[in-house]
Design a protein around this ligand. Structure first.
Ligand code: GDP
Ligand code: MN
Ligand code: MN
Length: 258
């Protein structure tokens, strides 16, 4: 399949999304603002999904454990902030100079995605289960419009080796995470052995260009014309297993001073 060939691919940010708060119905808000097309790829900043899910904590409500106190002392971060990150994580990979953890969703990221930007006050946590959130929004959009869409929930993450941050996929529904080229041939008939394109991250990265990071107020982007819809949900396939993730192993060894 060659993408975007029948319909030229286009993308736009959805206008007039309000400030999101607990209980807001994101699927409804989107459907009231655009005519959803079959196979639209709807890309949503995790920030608004978290706000809708009421995922805000206040530091004065958090009681730090001794582990949080120890890390905070080492890094200079606020104890309550460290505790909020630990509460969202299943594994600490590095305490300093970056606080790198595995979020419960599987995503390894700095500070477990706990964020203070674009919230009035308090700490904004990532959605509890971004795949589940994506699936629910996909199903609700179908309920409103009878159109099958793909949904990707994004966050902004840094990368190893490269300066700067990009949008990455955190949760997905109605789309395959990868376009697996392995077994197909290149221009000269060579069999591709490695190429397994992480499509959800590529789309998240592009959509993030239209969202911005600051005050644009554009947390929802639609990509139209790619027709990547699939009945599959979830993005577990994006995360390397602990055994095969050599970067994780190297960072743990560095942290332990090996
Ligand atoms: P993240 O990448 O998921 O952490 O989200 P960002 O904080 O980078 O915000 C992405 C985009 O969403 C930016 O354009 C923000 O201005 C916008 N945004 C964040 N919260 C809201 C909101 O409640 N309403 C609207 N309309 N835009 C928001
Ligand atoms: Mn974020
Ligand atoms: Mn962002």
């Amino acid at each position: 399949m060659k993408w975007g060939i029948i319909l030229k691919t286009s993308a736009f940010a959805v206008d007039n999304i309000p400030l999101i708060g607990p209980g807001h119905d994101i699927a409804d808000i989107i459907c009231q603002r655009i005519d959803v097309n079959e196979y639209d790829i709807i890309i949503i900043a995790s920030t608004i999904v978290s706000k809708a899910e009421g995922r805000i904590v206040h530091t004065d409500e958090i009681i730090p454990t001794t582990q949080a106190e120890k890390i905070a002392k080492k890094t200079g971060a606020e104890e309550a902030f460290v505790q909020a990150v630990l509460d969202e994580s299943t594994e600490v990979i590095m305490e300093s100079p970056i606080f790198l953890v595995r979020h419960t969703s599987g995503n390894i990221c700095i500070n477990g995605g706990v964020d203070q930007s674009n919230v009035e006050d308090g700490l904004l946590l990532l959605p509890n289960d971004p795949d589940e959130s994506a699936k629910k929004i996909k199903e609700d959009i179908f309920g409103f419009t009878k159109k099958r869409v793909s949904v990707i929930i994004t966050d902004t993450n840094g990368r190893a080796f490269r300066e700067g941050q990009i949008g990455i996929a955190l949760g997905a529904a109605g789309i395959d995470t990868h376009h697996d080229w392995r077994g197909s041939t290149d221009l000269f008939g060579h069999i591709l052995e490695v190429a397994n394109e992480a499509v959800v991250d590529e789309l998240a990265g592009f959509a993030n260009c239209l969202m911005g990071e600051g005050n644009w107020g554009t947390p929802v982007v639609v990509i139209r014309g790619l027709e990547l819809y699939s009945d599959n949900d979830g993005m577990d396939a994006i995360y390397r297993s602990k055994d095969t993730d050599i970067i994780r192993k190297a960072l743990l060894a560095y942290q332990q001073g090996i």
